[in-house]
Design a protein around this ligand. Structure first.
Ligand code: PLP
Length: 422
C-alpha cells in the first residue's frame, strides 16, 4: 500500500497535474488529492485506509451512494455476457424508456458517453434544426469542455481562474453570446439585437458549476417564452439536475419544458454515460435518420446501460422530498455553525445539492458567486477533511447528499463542523 503523497508524486510524472480532470487537483483549497480505493454507501476509503463521509459522490452521479447492490448486480450480470458489441442491445431500450418516461421534454434520446458529448451534439442538432449559428449561454454555467461553450464557463475554469481558454480559436467562439444568469432583461436585450440568428439558448436550469445557484422560476419561464416566440431551441443542460433535483429533473421541478435536454452523471449510475433528449422532430435530425452526424464506438455500452437503468429504476421508488428536506436542514445547520466565526454565509440549496458561499450578499449569478471568500472555504474544506469529511474541493461546485446518507452521517459531519476554526 502507498499513501496519497507518494501516489501524487508518481501521478504528476505520468498525468498532467496528476489528475484526469482539473478540479480533482484540490489546488484552490490548498490541498493535495486523496487517492480513493473503495466506496460503499455514503463512505469512501482512501489508499491510506481512512474512511470518510463523501459529499462529492463522483461529482454527482452517485445519488444512491457508492456500490449500491442493485446497480452492481445489474452491471455484473451484463458484464458476464461481454463488455461491448457496437451493435444494438436491449439495455439501451431500457435506459431510453426510463429517461423518456421521466422527463416531460424528452420523446427520444441518443445515448452518448459523457455530458460534454451531450451538450456538443445538442448544439449541433439545434443549429441544424434552426439553420442558425449563434448560441446564447450564461456566465458561470458549464456544459463540459466543448470549445464553443468554454467562454466564461464555471466548474474548473472558474475555480482555477483560467482566463478564457487557450487553444480555442476566436472563430470558434464568435457565435457564442453570453448573458448573466438569472437576468431575463439581458436575454431580451440580446434577442433584440440577434434574435433571428440565435439557434439555441443553453443553460443549467439550476446552476451547479459556480456553486449552486437556484434560478427564479420566472427566469426559466421567460426563457421558454422568448425561445418559442423567436424560434430558438431551449436547451436544458440537466447533466447535474436530471434525476437529482427531482426524478423528473429541473424541468419537472419547475414545470418548464425545454426543447432539448442534456443528461449525464446520474443516468450512468457511476459509469460513463450521457444523453441528448428532445422532441421527435429535432432528434430525428441525427444520422442515420437525418444528416446531423453524431456517433460513438462505445455509446450504449451494455454494462453502462444496465447500471444506468438499475439506478433509475431504484431512484423511481425513492422519497425525493424527504431527502430535500433532510439536506436543507443539514445545510442550514452548517450555515448556522459557521456564521459566528466566518461572518455572513449564504446558503443556496435545492433537492440534494447545496453550496455555502462566504459572502454577505445573496448569490444569484456568477458575479455574486465570485464574491465568496475562497480562502475561508479552503480553510473549512481542509479542517473538515482532516476529520474525514470529504467535501467538494472547490467553492464553485455543489455539495451533494445521497439516499445513502443517514442521519448519523449528517450529524457526524455537523460535529466536525463545530470543531472547525476559521
Ligand atoms: C459535469 C457536467 C457536464 C460535463 O459532463 P462530463 O460527463 O464531465 O463531460 C456538462 N454539464 C453540466 C451541467 C455538468 O455538471
Amino acid at each position: 500500500m502507498s499513501d496519497s503523497k507518494e501516489l501524487n508524486a508518481r501521478a504528476r510524472e505520468l498525468i498532467p497535474g496528476g489528475v484526469n480532470s482539473p478540479v480533482r487537483s484540490c489546488r484552490s483549497v490548498g490541498a493535495e488529492p486523496l487517492f480513493i480505493r473503495q466506496g460503499y454507501g455514503s463512505k469512501i476509503v482512501t489508499e491510506e485506509g481512512r474512511e470518510m463521509i463523501d459529499f462529492v459522490l463522483s461529482w454527482g452521479p452517485l445519488l444512491l451512494g457508492h456500490a449500491h447492490p442493485e446497480v452492481l448486480r445489474a452491471a455484473r450480470e451484463a458484464l458476464d455476457k461481454g463488455s461491448s458489441f457496437g451493435a444494438p442491445c436491449t439495455g439501451e431500450l431500457d435506459l431510453a424508456e426510463l429517461i423518456i418516461d421521466a422527463l416531460p421534454g424528452v420523446e427520444m434520446v441518443r445515448l452518448v458517453n459523457s455530458g460534454t458529448e451531450a451538450s456538443m451534439s445538442a448544439i449541433r442538432a439545434a443549429r441544424a434544426y434552426t439553420g442558425r449559428n449563434k448560441i446564447l449561454k450564461f456566465e458561470g454555467n458549464y456544459h463540459g469542455h466543448v470549445d464553443s461553450l468554454l467562454a466564461r464557463a464555471g466548474s474548473g475554469v472558474a475555480t482555477l481562474s483560467i482566463p478564457g481558454t487557450p487553444g480555442v480559436p476566436e472563430d470558434t467562439v464568435k457565435d457564442t453570446l453570453i448573458a448573466p444568469y438569472n437576468d431575463p432583461q439581458a436575454v431580451r436585450d440580446i434577442f433584440a439585437e440577434h434574435g433571428g440568428e440565435i439557434a439555441a439558448v443553453i443553460l443549467e436550469p439550476v446552476a451547479g458549476n459556480m456553486g449552486t445557484v437556484v434560478p427564479d422560476r420566472e427566469f426559466l419561464t421567460e426563457l421558454r417564452r422568448i425561445c418559442s416566440e423567436q424560434g430558438s431551441q431551449l436547451i436544458f443542460d440537466e447533466v447535474i439536475t436530471g434525476f437529482r433535483v427531482a426524478y423528473s429533473g429541473a424541468q419537472g421541478y419547475f414545470g418548464v419544458t425545454p426543447d432539448l435536454t442534456c443528461l449525464g452523471k446520474i443516468i450512468g449510475g457511476g459509469f460513463p454515460v450521457g444523453a441528448i433528449g428532445g422532441h421527435r422532430e429535432v432528434m430525428e435530425m441525427f444520422a442515420p435518420c437525418g444528416s446531423v452526424y453524431q456517433a460513438g464506438t462505445l455509446a450504449g455500452n451494455p454494462v453502462a446501460m444496465a447500471a444506468g437503468a438499475a439506478t433509475l429504476r431504484t431512484l423511481a421508488g425513492m422519497d425525493y422530498a424527504d431527502l430535500e428536506q433532510r439536506t436543507r436542514e443539514f445545510a442550514t445547520k452548517l450555515q448556522q455553525i459557521l456564521q459566528p466565526q466566518a461572518g455572513p454565509v449564504q446558503l443556496n440549496c435545492i433537492g440534494s445539492l447545496f453550496t455555502l458561499f462566504f459572502t454577505p450578499d445573496p448569490v444569484t449569478d456568477f458575479a455574486s458567486a465570485q464574491k465568496t471568500d475562497t480562502a475561508l472555504y479552503g480553510a473549512f474544506y481542509r479542517q473538515m477533511r482532516e476529520q474525514n469529511i470529504y467535501l467538494s474541493p472547490a467553492n464553485f461546485e455543489c455539495t451533494f447528499t445521497s439516499f445513502a446518507h443517514t442521519d448519523e452521517d449528517l450529524e457526524t459531519a455537523l460535529q466536525a463542523a463545530r470543531k472547525v476554526s476559521l
